[in-house]
Design a protein around this ligand. Structure first.
Ligand code: KG4
Ligand code: ZN
Length: 342
C-alpha cells in the first residue's frame, strides 16, 4: 500500500531574499527565489527597503512556486515559514503571510528556525549521500558563523560561534573596502580565482579554539590599503585579484582551523557546510582536499541550497509535520532565535 504523500509550502523572508518552495515528502517540486537588487548601491541590506520588497514579492513568488510544482493551494498539507533569526520587518512579512494562508486553507502552520534550515538542506532528497548522525556542520552565512554538532534532526548543539562579524559579513565588508557592490562574497570568489592567495598576509585572530572573529581582518585590510595608496594611488585597482585571493585565503584558513579543532575535540569526522558562504568555491575545494588528506567525509550542498531559499525551510517543515510539531496562529517572529531552542 502506498503511503499518503505530504505536500508543504515553505516560505523564507528573513533577510533580502523572498522565497517560496513546494516539497512533496523530502523531494523539492519548486524553489523560487526573488533577490532584491535595491540594496546593491547601499553596500548592505537596508531593512526598511527589504520589508517593502518582500511585501511586493511574496504573492507572485508563492504563485510561481505553486505553478512550477503544478499544484493548487488546496493540495497543500501545511505551511512552513521562517520564524527567525533575521530582520524583524522582513520576518514579519513571511510570518503574516504564512499565518493568514494557513488559516484560510485550514491547514497546520509550522515555524522553522532559519539556521536549522540551512543545516537541514542536506536532507533534501536529491538522491545524494546524506550525512549520518552525529556530524559537524560549519554554518557560514551573512549573519552567522557557527560550528554545530548535529546529533539528530532536532538535536543541535552550537559548539562555537563568532564573537563579532560573520564570515559572510567579512566577505561583504572586505568587498566594500575594495569598492565592490553588495553582496561582495560572490565577487571576491570570482576575482580570487585569478589572484595569488599568498601576495598579502593578514593576521589571524587570537580567540578560543572554537570561536571565530573577523573584525580584525577588516582593520588589517584598511591599514594595508591606506599604507599602500600613499605610494601607489591605484593600489586597489592594480592588485584587485591578489587582494581578493589573499582575503579569501585568510577567511578560509580561519574557518578550516576551527573545524580541525572541532574534529579533534569531538572525534567526529563527518563534516558538512551550510549557509551562503558554503557557495564559495575556495571553501568547497579546501574541504574536498581535506576529504583525502584528513579522511573526512565531506557534505557540500547544491549551490541553490547554500544561499537563502525556501526549500530548506520546506524540508524542516516536512520533518516537523511528521512529528506533528505545529505552531498556533498566535506565533510571532523572533529576530534573535538560537538553534537548539526549538
Ligand atoms: O545564507 P545567506 O544567503 O543569507 C544569510 O542568512 O545571511 O548568506 C549570504 C552571505 C553573504 O554575506 C554573501 O556575500 C555570502 O553569503 N556569499 C558568499 C558567496 N555566495 C554568497 N561568500 C563567499 N563566496 C561566495 N561564493
Ligand atoms: Zn541564511
Amino acid at each position: 500500500m502506498s503511503q499518503k504523500s505530504i505536500t508543504i509550502l515553505g516560505i523564507e523572508s528573513s533577510c533580502d531574499d523572498t522565497s517560496a518552495a513546494v516539497i512533496e515528502n523530502a523531494k523539492i517540486q519548486s524553489n523560487i527565489v526573488a533577490n532584491q537588487e535595491v540594496h546593491q548601491s547601499f553596500g548592505g541590506v537596508v531593512p526598511e527597503l527589504a520589508s517593502r520588497a518582500h511585501q511586493q514579492n511574496i504573492v507572485p513568488v508563492v504563485n510561481e512556486a505553486l505553478k512550477i510544482a503544478n499544484i493548487s493551494k488546496d493540495q497543500l498539507d501545511a505551511i512552513a515559514f521562517t520564524r527567525g533569526p533575521g530582520l524583524m520587518g522582513s520576518l514579519l512579512v513571511g510570518t503574516s503571510f504564512a499565518k493568514s494562508f494557513a488559516l484560510a486553507l485550514d491547514i497546520p502552520l509550522i515555524e522553522v528556525n532559519h539556521m536549522q534550515g540551512h543545516i537541514m538542506a542536506h536532507f533534501i532528497d536529491e538522491g545524494q549521500k546524506m550525512p549520518d548522525f552525529p556530524f559537524l556542520c560549519l554554518t557560514v552565512s551573512g549573519g552567522h558563523t557557527q560550528i554545530v554538532k548535529v546529533s539528530g534532526l532536532f538535536d543541535l548543539q552550537i559548539l562555537g560561534e563568532t564573537i563579532d562579524d560573520a564570515a559572510g559579513e567579512a566577505f561583504d565588508k572586505s568587498a566594500k573596502i575594495l569598492g565592490l557592490p553588495y553582496p561582495g562574497g560572490p565577487l571576491i570568489d570570482k576575482y580570487a580565482k585569478q589572484g595569488n592567495p599568498h601576495k598579502f598576509k593578514f593576521t589571524k585572530p587570537k580567540v578560543d579554539e572554537l570561536s571565530f572573529s573577523f573584525s580584525g581582518l577588516k582593520s588589517n585590510i584598511i591599514q594595508l590599503i591606506q599604507r599602500e595608496e600613499k605610494k601607489e594611488p591605484d593600489f586597489i585597482k592594480n592588485n584587485l585579484v591578489d587582494l581578493c585571493a589573499s582575503i579569501q585565503y585568510t577567511i578560509i584558513s580561519i574557518l578550516l582551523e576551527k573545524i580541525e579543532n572541532a574534529v579533534k575535540k569531538t572525534a567526529i569526522t563527518q563534516i558538512a557546510i551550510a549557509g551562503g558562504v558554503s557557495a564559495n568555491s575556495g571553501l568547497r575545494q579546501a574541504l574536498l582536499d581535506r576529504e583525502k588528506s584528513h579522511q573526512w567525509q565531506v557534505y557540500i550542498p547544491k549551490f541553490e541550497y547554500c544561499t537563502d531559499n525556501a526549500a530548506m525551510i520546506a524540508i524542516v517543515g516536512y520533518y516537523k509535520y511528521l512529528d506533528e510539531a505545529f505552531s498556533n496562529s498566535s506565533t510571532t517572529p523572533k529576530a534573535r532565535f538560537k538553534i537548539g531552542s526549538l
